[in-house]
Design a protein around this ligand. Structure first.
Ligand code: UD1
Length: 371
């Protein structure tokens, strides 16, 4: 019986979640991780630099699917991963998060009766206009083992009728990576390199289709960001999707400083963590950054109406403000003028989720009969 376990990653946040699981599997189990890179993200700034900095082994398999519409991208991943599974069948397929690579590989594996494990299962925004929400619901519906980061995920899965023996609350592997690299990241002093004082700046990111693909929304958001940047400098590493959308909408977002807004290309992991850890405030629509802020103790002004990560709101780290300039201004002012509440800690976000995932996987696989 093979001990090979496929770990599937495709997009930037997947790499951050995969790294501690790959490490824990190699250190603590007899299982052998085989890394599959779908190629959903392919630019060095979104992919290669993450493998290098996080110490992830080169992928054994690259599917090289590239960009496309949802249908094109998902279909290419499905077809190419299926072909790979038919050539070389693993003991199980582990997928991460909620990107197109997650659902496509889960579906290919499930149809071939390769057991599917979903890391970051159960999260729900209850907003089906988000492509990620569709990916989450579908992946959880076909996954065999559901590994969950926060209590709401367990409640959602139970509500959907998943039996308890398929669910495990394991904590958050993205936070393992943060804790592992935080000292190294701080030592890079990225803010200082950019001429910014610790606690004297904010960090902003935007990439959700609902915020960037609609020109009036993007224009309103960038206008609000330029306004708050007049109070305190804001660093804005711009995702390629946002760069393209800004170009198409005629919103000026070229690299460089204008007013208090410093626009940059996407930052590598360590520089980005360095920047976030010294920030007075983060403004973002990224789910991962909401989580990272909760652990760093940095107020997170969340540029969304809903979150699938409610624990970040419950502990006081994240405040949902949508794309409304008044709410953005008000939350930003609360953060930089000391009116943000104390941020509480989150159980199991302790840097050891990777080990718990490896243990859960090993003990679960010992009870699974090969198809
Ligand atoms: C994807 C995920 C999103 C995740 C985000 C993290 C889905 C549905 N979306 O969104 O959940 O939060 O990754 O970054 O899976 N592009 C490049 N270089 C690349 C990759 C993409 O320039 O390496 C450009 C392409 O023009 C592409 C666009 O960015 O069309 C969007 O990329 P895509 O992977 O489709 O979605 P993201 O917005 O990155």
């Amino acid at each position: 019986m093979t001990t090979r376990v496929d770990l599937v990653a495709g997009a930037r946040p997947n790499f951050v979640k995969l790294a501690p699981v790959a490490r824990a599997l190699s250190e603590h189990t007899a299982l052998r991780a085989r890394i599959i890179h779908t190629g959903q993200h392919y630019d060095a700034a979104l992919s290669g630099v993450f493998f290098a900095e996080l110490g992830i082994a080169e992928p054994e398999v690259s599917l090289d699917v590239g960009s496309g519409t949802h249908g094109e991208q998902t279909a290419r991943i499905l077809e190419r991963y299926e072909a790979h599974l038919l050539r070389s069948r693993p003991r199980c397929c582990v997928v991460f998060g909620d990107v197109n690579s997650t659902i496509a590989c889960a579906l290919a594996a499930s149809k071939l009766h390769v057991p599917v494990v979903h890391v970051e299962a159960g999260l729900r925004s209850f907003d089906r206009t988000m492509p990620e929400e569709i990916n989450r619901i579908l992946t959880d519906a076909i996954a065999d083992l559901l590994l969950v980061t926060e209590p709401a995920g367990v409640a959602n899965l139970r509500h959907e009728g998943v039996s308890d023996d398929r669910i495990a609350l394991v904590g958050n592997p993205m936070i393992d990576t943060l804790r592992h690299f935080l000292d190294l990241a701080r030592a890079r002093r990225r803010a200082g390199q950019l001429g910014l004082a610790r606690d004297g700046y904010g960090v902003v990111t935007l990439h959700r289709p609902s915020n960037v693909d609609d020109a009036p929304t993007l224009r309103r958001l960038v206008g609000a960001l330029r306004e708050v940047a007049e109070r305190q400098p804001l660093v804005f590493p711009v995702h390629p999707r946002t760069r393209q959308a800004a170009g198409a909408a005629g919103v000026p977002l070229e690299d460089g400083v204008r007013g208090g807004l410093l626009v940059l290309p996407p930052e590598p992991y360590l520089d980005h963590l360095s920047l976030m850890s010294g920030a007075a405030v983060v403004l973002t629509d990224s789910g991962g950054m909401q989580e990272e802020c909760a652990v760093l103790g940095v107020p997170c002004v969340t540029l969304r109406e809903r979150t699938e990560r409610p624990v970040t709101v419950e502990v006081g780290a994240s405040r949902l403000v949508g794309s409304d300039p008044d709410r953005i201004r008000e939350a930003h002012a609360d953060a930089i003028e000391g009116r943000w509440p104390e941020i509480g800690s989150i159980s199991l976000w302790d840097g050891h989720a990777g080990h718990r995932i490896a243990e859960a996987l090993e003990s679960w696989l010992s009870g699974v009969v090969d198809a």
